[in-house]
Each structure stands twice: as C-alpha cells, then as structure tokens.
Design a protein around this ligand. Structure first.
Ligand code: SF4
Length: 335
C-alpha cells in the first residue's frame, strides 16, 4: 500500500478516510487520483467543492468527502498546514474517529496508540479467546483495551502494521492458516476449536427500505437536476427531481405528485437493482419523461437545467451515474 511507505500525515489521513467502509481495491485508484491532483493539504483546502465531489464520485459515503474538505481547510487555515501530532488533537478533526486518529498518530508520528480495525479485532478475539460480540459497545471496548495492552511501546507503528497485515494475510476470516501459524501454540481459539466461531457478532436487525423515484425530465437538449441538501446520504451530489416514499408508487401516482397540471407521459421506466447500504436498502426507479413546450416545467429553488453535454462534469450518486453511463445520456440526444 503506498500510504504504508510514508510518514506524511496528509497521505496517511487521506488514505484512511478513503478506506473507511471501502475495499482497498476500490479505494486505491481514488487515492492515487487525489494525491496526483492535490499534492498536499494546502492544495486540497483550496479545491472547489464540486471538483472534490466529482473526484469522489462512486466511492460512496459522501459525508467523508465533505468532512475531509472541512478538515483540510481547518488544518491549512487554522494550523498553518501542520497536522496535530497528539492523538486527542487528531481525534478532534472532523471525520476522524478513534481508528483514524490512532493510525495517524502511530504511522505518521510513531505514537503509542493501538490501531484497531476489523483485522486486528479478529486476530485478538481469536488469539485471546474474547467472546464478547465485536459489534457491541462492550466488545469494541474490550478489544480496544486488549489491543492497547498488547501494543509494542518501543515500535508502535511497526507493531500496528504487522498485526493488521497478519489479520489480512494469515488469520483471515475463513479458513485461516492455523496449521502453519507461528502463534498456534498460544492461540486460545485454536486450542478450544473456536477458530470458525470467533469473533462473535450480534446479528443486525434494523434495515430500512426506501423507495426513490427519480424523474429524468428532458426539455430540448437540457435535463433538470438538483443538488441534494440536508443531512443523509449523498449530500452535496446532484440528482434528478425525486419523490421518495415508504412504498413503491405507480407512474400515475408519481405524475400526479410532480406534474399535477401538466400533460406528461412516461416514456421509459427503469428499475435499478436494489442498492444496499449498511442500514438501508434503496429501491430506485427512474422515469424518463418528455415534456413538450419549451420550459413548460420551471426549475424550482435548488434546481437547474443543465445541458446534456455537461452531465459528465457533475458528481452523481453511483447508481445514477451507472444509469447515465448505461443510457449514454452524456451524449447529446439523438446521437
Ligand atoms: S492459530 Fe489460527 S486463529 Fe490463532 S492466530 Fe493463528 S491463524 Fe489466527
């Protein structure tokens, strides 16, 4: 990993923010694009919001990008461009939690803070035989304390990297290499036949179902878009006019909702595959409508007409971007 070969807090911070809830293979190209474009915290702090959101497009969990920008501007503007070196001060930065603060403190400044990610939790739960569920507050606390206790205070950065790598390569979730593991004579889970059952996890019960109905409204060579505001997913990204409901609505119900006084017909309707996030499933349908009469539909507050050729420059949530690519709406109509 390129960010493991550096002690530059900017690059370590950037990579950790990008890899939260993201697989390395998916995050790596984004990391390279960001450090190529914004070589240091000053460059990122001075970037345009829309440019950053566009570069982040597809990586998901967009609040990370907004927090990242806020932190870059804080570090550049208030701290003269120097990241704090103390764990508690690092943790106060927007979007930085315990894990990321420990990673920056340890990897950039060699401070004695244990980094506890999923790999470390798995190794410690097995090696020490910890049975408290790792996705509970009590389990997280117990494992964080165990991690801090086990930390090599002389070489915290090396130790942290080693145990993370050990979890990623040796003590993997399924079929770990116990037979040739250097720790197998001391490993509690191995001795007790608990390797497959540890770490314990409580089943998540809550899953919210959301029904998002988007209207792709074309007039001439223009499409109506709006920027998502307010808290929640995809804030700051562009989307088409939306009707959200607790259930799937029929095209007629939707047309009545948005175009009560206009003659509008649905030209095409597309249901996207369910989009699963950590606590919710999004059921997305896109209804393409053509409206005759130039500007029969007025852009409401927060909405704007954009030329089809400009859509490629705007940051859309991943499902909408995939849809646009699929129907090639980045090309002018009729080509
Ligand atoms: S013996 Fe198996 S479960 Fe225990 S630390 Fe090694 S790989 Fe992990």
């Amino acid at each position: 990993m390129p960010w493991r070969k550096t002690s530059d807090p900017y690059r370590i911070w950037l990579s950790e923010i990008m890899l939260q809830q993201t697989r390395v293979a998916q995050g790596l190209p984004y990391y390279h694009r960001f450090v190529d474009k914004f070589r240091d915290v000053k460059a990122l702090a001075q970037a345009d919001d829309d440019e950053v959101m566009k570069l982040w497009e597809g990586l998901g969990y967009y609040s990370r990008a907004r927090n990242m920008l806020a932190t870059a501007r804080f570090v550049h503007g208030e701290l003269n461009g120097a990241f704090p070196t103390d764990y508690e001060d690092i943790k106060k930065l927007k979007g930085v939690g315990e894990y990321t603060a420990a990673a920056i403190a340890s990897f950039a400044f060699d401070k004695a803070h244990a980094v506890v990610d999923g790999n470390v939790q798995r190794v410690l739960a097995r090696f020490l035989g910890i049975e408290t569920a790792v996705n509970t507050t009590a389990g997280k606390k117990e494992l964080a304390e165990a991690a801090q206790y086990m930390l090599d205070l002389e070489q915290p950065a090396t130790y942290n990297q080693a145990i993370m790598e050990f979890g990623a390569l040796q003590c993997v979730p399924r079929n770990p290499g116990c037979a040739n593991c250097v720790l197998n004579t001391q490993c509690v889970a191995y001795a007790n036949g608990q390797v497959d059952s540890l770490p314990h996890k409580n089943r998540k019960k809550y899953n919210r179902e959301r029904y998002l109905h988007y209207f792709l409204i074309k007039q001439g060579q223009e499409v109506l878009v709006e920027k998502r505001s307010g808290p929640g997913i995809w804030q700051g990204l562009f989307q088409f006019p939306l009707v959200e409901a607790a259930e799937s609505l029929t095209p007629q119900q939707l047309l009545n909702e948005l175009f009560a006084n206009l003659k509008v017909s649905v030209q095409k309707e597309t249901a996207l595959p369910p989009h699963k996030l950590s606590h919710q499933t999004l059921h997305i349908r896109i209804l393409e409508v053509n409206i005759s009469g130039r500007h029969a539909v007025k852009a409401e507050e927060g909405q704007q007409w954009v030329r089809v050729s400009e859509l490629a420059q705007l940051a859309f949530p991943r499902p909408l971007r995939q849809y646009l690519d699929q129907i090639q709406l980045t090309l002018p109509f009729g080509t």
